[in-house]
Design a protein around this ligand. Structure first.
Ligand code: MD3
Ligand code: FE
Length: 222
């Protein structure tokens, strides 16, 4: 940016601190505020994806309706129903392919992965979770992907969340990390199969995103 121009002085980008990298596991990092400079480009693309494939609540194999609503973009979308969890190239509500993964999302995921030590990340799936206040995600492992050598990259938007990071057994003790609007987290390597979850979202209204938290997770699923 031209240092003498004043036009962008008060944009998110000009106000942003240099992204801080916090290590939360052997091969896991929170990149604080990493996505803030990308959001003006990213949010319109996200809105367009959600206009095509809107949020919906899905049912687990056990018969429980998930409190988070979800959608997807990219070649594969994560779905659940009474038959089980799986990745599918087809949106089961629309019987059509999921919307394409927008370039800006792919670039964000790839550069964030590289900043955490995972070069060459090529996501083929982006799961979009929406949490309204009270919604949560109970402790689980992500193991529907074919190749656990690729990391998972997640982007948090809107209301803050308390993320729980456990061990390799459900009963292992968990550490808590708050995730805020614009934070990006990268999980990989030895941390890829650790249990994790999200505590119920507290009531609030985010100035940019309204009364919700949206989380995008990028994976190499196929
Ligand atoms: C840790 N989503 O969609 S983000 C999920 O905030 C999910 O919506 C949460 O867990 C959310 O499966 C947490 C991230 C996340 C994703 C994959 C992981 C954390 C992870 C894989 C291994 C360890
Ligand atoms: Fe998960």
């Amino acid at each position: 940016m031209d240092p003498h121009s004043t036009g962008d002085l008060f944009s998110d980008e000009a106000l942003q601190q240099p992204a801080r990298r916090e290590q939360i596991g052997e091969q896991s990092y929170v990149l604080r505020g990493y996505a803030l400079p990308w959001l003006e480009r990213l949010l319109p693309e996200l809105r367009a994806v959600l206009a095509q494939s809107p949020f919906r609540q899905m049912v687990t194999p056990g018969g429980f309706t998930m409190s988070a609503a979800l959608s997807s973009c990219g070649d594969l979308g994560w779905t659940t129903d009474r038959q089980g969890y799986r990745y599918s190239p087809i949106d089961p509500e629309r019987h059509q392919p999921w919307p394409a993964l927008p370039n800006v999302l792919r670039e964000l995921a790839t550069t964030a992965a590289a900043a955490a030590g995972f070069e060459g990340f090529a996501p083929d799936a982006c799961l979009i979770n929406r949490y309204v206040p009270g919604a949560r995600m109970s402790l689980h492992q992500d193991k529907n992907e074919r190749d656990f050598s690729a990391p998972v990259v997640s982007l948090s938007l809107g209301l803050p969340a308390v993320f729980l990071f456990g061990g390799h057994q459900r009963s292992d003790k968990t550490q808590k990390t708050s995730l805020f609007h614009g934070d990006v987290v990268v999980w990989g390597g030895v941390d890829r199969l650790r249990f994790h979850g999200v505590l119920p979202i507290k009531h609030g209204v985010h100035p940019r995103m309204g009364p919700q938290r949206i989380n995008l997770t990028f994976r190499k699923a196929g």
